[in-house]
Design a protein around this ligand. Structure first.
Ligand code: FES
Ligand SMILES: [Fe+2]
Length: 408
């Protein structure tokens, strides 16, 4: 069985360093319980993190924008993603400049050359420029052109990587480009670059799950591998937490894990997953890899979960100080259902088994933070925990990123 390339890793310390970036996990303070479920903090987060143009916010993937046309951004009804004749993807405000009403409220992909407002039929090109309005003139010559230009849909800077599209602060483009280069390098040096290529993959299902918890609790849990062995019997028997390797950049972290030697033996669904993968590899004449998963979190709002055989794009959508939605897009290889009938459903069922467990973990974290607040107790939550593979380093890294965004 081929081994995944494993770069030699120095003994874990509290500091991770790479060219141009350093993360000292021990130097990070956790987010205080008082910042959970707080309306004023939530408003600051919305302004500093969940607004395209102020940081880096995921808006959609090519799989959701399958041609030339437009659709709502993935998880944000304020923004439209468009793809033009030349293939360029843009983000514009979903806000007609006539009376500021939304231009559309559907997440369906619209295969049209222009965006027409349903209310008074003003229409816009996919670059946001105004074409015209029903029975209205905007003047002629330079003056008319200036009026039209002022009525274009406001647009946001977009940075695209591996089919993902992000609304970014243009001043920080170089920083984000460097981060994406780092992610690509992290995968390349492990022989895993294929896992960032979505050609030949298709959306099998998309689901929204509603949580009664501050969105930050979801990110905390995502960066915490410490809970996997004691809390997820199925997942822990599939991905071997003793092989955990971290990589970090200013705006992301990745956890790489190999397949556990019990090969999913902790749950019937995970067992079937590995057996199905073996069958899939056999039919295709490919070796079975010992790669289990890479969990890639790009702050603030997307977690890209790249399992052997299954990929899940997991979007966190805050809906209030103490509620959020997690949107999951489940992706499988286009030929998988025909090669191993039923395998996509097996993998999704196994993933959801773990998701139900995490649901409790996330809501209980929020409930605990509310208890601490109401009792006036102030205790550091999470610990850097540098023993072994430092299984909580991702949570500390999220804290560091979060504090930096609010301080800007
Ligand atoms: S609100 Fe869009 S055309 Fe009037
Ligand atoms: Fe979990």
């Amino acid at each position: 069985m081929p081994r995944v390339n494993r770069p030699s890793v120095a003994a874990v310390t509290s500091t991770w360093e790479r060219p141009g970036y350093r993360f000292d996990a021990e130097g990070v303070a956790s987010i205080p319980a008082s910042d959970f479920g707080d309306p004023a903090v939530y408003e600051r987060e919305r302004a500093a993190m969940f607004r395209p143009g102020t940081g880096m916010m995921y808006l959609g993937h090519d799989l959701l924008l399958p041609g030339k046309g437009h659709r709502l951004a993935d998880g944000d009804g304020r923004v439209l993603l468009t793809r033009d004749e030349d293939g360029q993807v843009r983000a514009v405000a979903n806000m007609c400049t006539h009376t500021l009403r939304p231009l559309t409220d559907t997440s369906e992909f619209v295969d049209k050359s222009c965006i027409t407002c349903p209310f008074h039929q003003w229409s816009f090109r996919r670059d946001g420029s105004l074409i015209g309005g029903r029975e209205i003139t905007f003047g002629s010559g330079d003056e008319g052109a200036a009026v039209r230009a002022s009525l274009a849909l406001p647009s946001f800077e977009v940075l695209s990587w591996q089919g993902f599209h992000f609304g970014i602060d243009p001043q920080r483009r170089a920083e984000y480009e460097l981060d994406f280069q780092r992610i690509s390098n992290d995968f390349a040096e492990r022989g895993l670059s294929d896992h960032l290529n979505f050609d030949g993959w298709t959306i099998y299902a998309s689901e929204d799950t509603h949580y009664a918890a501050d969105w930050k609790a979801f990110l905390e849990v995502f960066g915490d591998c410490y809970h996997v062995p004691p809390y997820h019997p199925g997942l822990a028997s599939f991905s071997d937490c003793d092989t955990l390797q971290w990589t970090f950049g200013p705006n992301y972290h990745v956890q790489f894990l190999d397949l556990h030697e019990t090969r999913g033996g902790g749950s019937e669904m995970y067992t079937q997953w590995v057996q199905g993968l073996e069958r899939y590899a056999e039919v295709r004449g490919e070796p079975m890899s010992d790669f289990a998963v890479a969990w890639l979190g790009i702050y603030p709002n997307i977690m890209i979960e790249l399992y052997a055989g299954l990929r899940v794009l997991s979007i966190v959508i805050p809906t209030g100080p103490d509620t959020h939605i997690n949107r999951s897009h489940y992706l499988v290889p286009t030929d998988m259902e025909s090669v191993v009938p039923g395998l996509p459903n097996v993998m999704k069922t196994a993933f959801d088994e773990t998701g139900v467990e995490d649901y409790v973990l996330i809501e209980s974290r929020h409930a605990g933070a509310m208890t601490a607040k109401s009792l006036g107790i102030d205790i550091e939550s999470y610990h850097v925990n540098l023993s072994g593979p430092a299984p909580e380093a991702g949570t500390a890294h999220f804290y560091e990123w979060y504090r930096a965004q609010l301080a800007r």
